[in-house]
Design a protein around this ligand. Structure first.
Ligand code: 3HC
Length: 311
């Protein structure tokens, strides 16, 4: 990086311009971005597991093809994001070690099981929908490589959300058993999807600083509220109910009021006590070990190519 230049850094932020990898930046800004981008990448990679669980059991070739494309997209999102993190001077291997050793996180949402085919629809509609609500503002993040990775990721997330919604609509308009399966999935995925946005603003240690650095453009509660306001009419169109009897339009606020979120459950999942934490991280570690030969072969091939060029 160039010489310490806080004035330029502050001016760049004030002008809503982008901080680029070679610009000077405060160490804490760099550390916050490594933390958030790495954990975002880990979420994408771990997120492949609950969805992949239904690839071999998709009810039609069309649904199977869509699901395979979606899981493949998630892997790609992980790679873009590890690439963005590496522009901050960290090595992908170290980030993966941190994930495997529990020193870095992935999104709480992926610690829940996918029990029926309808879960694939609920994940697309709710989880990818929440991801879009959270990630569109990140396209305006002050750090260039992260903001640019988000632009492409958001486009692909929109397809993920659309296919999930359409899958649920097919079930909700289907037989009574299909409708019941869709309703059961929405009942199980609604509250964990609200938790994806993070703890309440009053209990968020990072929000204030992240907003000052224009990494976070809206607070956790603001985006959560935006997501609830989007989902209520969509649930009505689906003919499904959201599992919150306190949900009601508040004319004064111009938003939907909703019931209390179970933050004890959120904290338990973050502590590793969610339904699938052990399974997800165990599968991740196994996949990493089984993939060692691929990494070694790719590194050997790259060395050969380099030696040929310099021979
Ligand atoms: N799951 C796990 N950890 C969470 C969390 C969640 N849903 N929400 C918050 N946390 C953690 C934070 O990482 C932080 O812990 P740390 O200091 O050890 O990192 C702590 O709880 C306090 O939370 P804060 O709100 O203060 O932290 P942030 O300012 O980082 O805000 C965030 C949390 C809103 C998730 C923010 O990090 C963010 O916007 N990240 C980028 C988006 C992202 O990671 N999305 C993952 C969703 S899955 C996905 O996108 C895949 C798609 O295909 C569905």
């Amino acid at each position: 990086a160039t010489d310490p230049d806080p004035d330029t850094f502050e001016r760049t932020l004030a002008a809503d311009e982008r901080v680029e990898p070679r610009d000077w930046m405060p160490d804490a800004y760099r550390a916050t971005l490594v933390r958030q981008i790495a954990q975002h990448a880990h979420s994408e990679i771990i997120g492949m597991q609950p969805e992949a669980n239904w690839i071999t059991r998709a009810p039609s070739l069309r649904r199977k093809a869509i699901l395979i494309a979606k899981v493949q997209d998630e892997a790609g999102h992980g790679l873009y994001l590890y690439g963005a993190a590496e522009t901050l001077g960290v090595a992908r291997e170290d980030l993966l070690d941190a994930l495997h050793e529990g020193r870095q996180r992935y999104s709480s949402i992926f610690n829940y099981p996918t029990l029926t085919w309808a879960d694939v629809g609920a994940i697309g509609w709710l989880v990818d929908g929440a991801a879009i609500t959270n990630q569109v503002p990140l396209c305006r993040c002050s750090y260039g490589p992260y903001a640019r990775a988000m632009v492409r990721i958001c486009k692909e997330e929109s397809f993920h959300q659309r296919q999930g919604y359409e899958l649920l609509l097919a079930l909700a308009k289907g037989t009574a058993a299909q409708r019941a399966m869709a309703q059961d999935a929405v009942d199980r995925w609604w509250w964990p999807s609200l938790m994806m946005f993070g703890p309440p603003d009053a209990e968020s240690p990072h929000t204030r600083q992240s907003m000052a650095w224009k990494i976070k453009r809206h607070s956790n509660d603001e985006l959560r509220q935006r997501f609830v306001d989007i989902c209520v009419p969509q649930a009505e169109t689906l003919g499904l109910t959201l599992p919150d009897p306190a949900l009601r339009w508040n004319e004064e606020r111009g938003h939907f009021d909703h019931g209390p979120i179970d933050w004890a459950e959120f904290k338990a999942v973050l502590r590793g006590a969610g339904p699938c934490n052990e399974q997800r991280i165990g599968q991740r570690r196994r996949a990493h070990a089984e993939g060692a030969w691929v990494r070694e072969a790719a590194a050997a091939y790259a060395r050969k190519q380099r030696d040929r060029r310099t021979a």
